[in-house]
Design a protein around this ligand. Sequence first.
Ligand SMILES: [Zn+2]
Length: 236
Amino acid sequence: MSEMPEEYRSILVITAHPDDMEFGCGGSVAKWCAEGRDVFLVISTNGDKGSSDRSMTSERLAKIRAAEQAEACKVLGIKEFRILGYPDGFLTDNPQFQGDIVRAIRTYRPDVVVCQDPVRRLSLFAQHRDHRVAGSVALDSVFPAARDHLYFPEQVAEGLEPHKTAEAWVMGAEFPDVYVDITDHIDTKIAALRCHVSQVGQGEGLAERVREGAANLGETPGFAYAEAFKRLKYRR
Ligand SMILES: [Zn+2]
């Protein structure tokens, strides 16, 4: 049984960095793809800061991360992905970035947008500002900007019609209200994460960490492994 309603055939995941989707909802994405739904991914930044290797350059890292992402998308079954290419670490809520996200929503016309949590939680010590900005702009774009024709009218003039998204699913939210059973897809999630070699190295301890996190989330719904989301519904 799927937690994602049967009628939702198209899902757009919007994140800050390459690998965010895999960590946050890779098992769910693998499941939705296996169910025959179209899953698209838009990544806001090029991830060009994520390295502790002092001989690494931002330019080289961005290329490596794009290649790793392409591999991970193949593993999961993602239909199409694009990297907007904003510099890692400085993602900013401004009309240009929002215009790019609105364009993606009007292009892919998803039933559901999956995004990151826009709220800084002081109970978590490590949080990336890009995640919050990407989450905030994604939600602002779902409602009202992608929906209303007077936002970014130049896109509408190009033929990109306004789009009403039915729901947003926020990953990593403090009070989740939907749990996806990823028990049959945890191995695919781990395999997709392993594609991000620049981030996870040879993946020592990765599988254990991922299984432990997913098992903790699975306690509430009674699944061996789960991912969790806060679900927002919009009037269509
Ligand atoms: Zn990230």
